[in-house]
Design a protein around this ligand. Structure first.
Ligand code: GRF
Length: 194
């Protein structure tokens, strides 16, 4: 079997998608391994979860960098390269990237977004889908490019919007699909990398 692709998962919060990726990576035939979980805030709950799973969990705190987002990203980039990371999976990483990181990892950085892109880039995706009266919602895994939530789509999963749904109910239904779609799409992506 070819060596597994070394993936870093970038998070800002609870990290349930990160957990799904970690779980998938435990399978012997999974083409990727989660080499590092990196957060931009020390209170990201997913850091502890990763550590408990025996994965290196690193915080590159954005705070000391103030408004200099590029300097923060240079520190992240250095940490990734030191560890031989090959692919970045953004999973609830809540900071808009500068062209520095986007260009440095072009074609090797994926994101998951809780809508059927190109519908509803940005925040409040479920609220907007409900307000619009959409019959279906879902999630998208895409390559990261300069435009926020705009890169080429690698995979999507759909769920119905049910009568009486509020944002919470819909978000749980979508999240269940996120946890299936992201590992599946990342695995296919890594297999294609060869
Ligand atoms: C997910 O809904 C993901 O699609 C979005 O942010 C949320 C992160 O949730 N980008 P979690 O931290 O993976 O639980």
């Amino acid at each position: 079997m070819p060596p597994k692709t070394r993936v870093a998962v970038l998070i800002s919060g609870r990290g349930s998608n990160m957990e799904a990726l970690v779980r998938a990576a435990q399978a012997a035939d999974c083409p990727f391994e989660v080499s590092l979980v990196l957060a931009n805030k020390p209170d990201a709950g997913g850091l502890e979860t990763a550590q408990a799973a025996g994965i290196e969990a690193l915080c590159v705190d954005q705070k000391p960098f103030g408004k200099d987002r590029e300097a923060h990203e240079r520190a992240i980039d250095a940490a990734l390269r030191e560890r031989g990371v090959q692919v970045i999976a953004l999973a609830g990483y809540m900071r808009i990237l500068t062209p520095f990181l986007v260009d440095a990892w072009e074609g090797r950085m994926l994101n998951i977004h809780p809508s059927l892109l190109p519908k509803y880039p940005g925040l409040d995706t479920h609220g907007r889908a409900i307000a619009a009266g959409d019959a279906e919602a879902g999630c998208t895994v895409h390559l990261v490019t300069a435009g926020v939530d705009e890169g080429p789509v690698l995979g999507q999963a759909r769920v119905p919007v049910l009568p009486g749904d509020d944002e919470h109910a819909l978000s749980l239904r979508v999240l269940e699909q996120e946890h299936r779609l992201y590992p599946e799409t990342l695995a296919a992506f890594c297999r294609d990398l060869g």
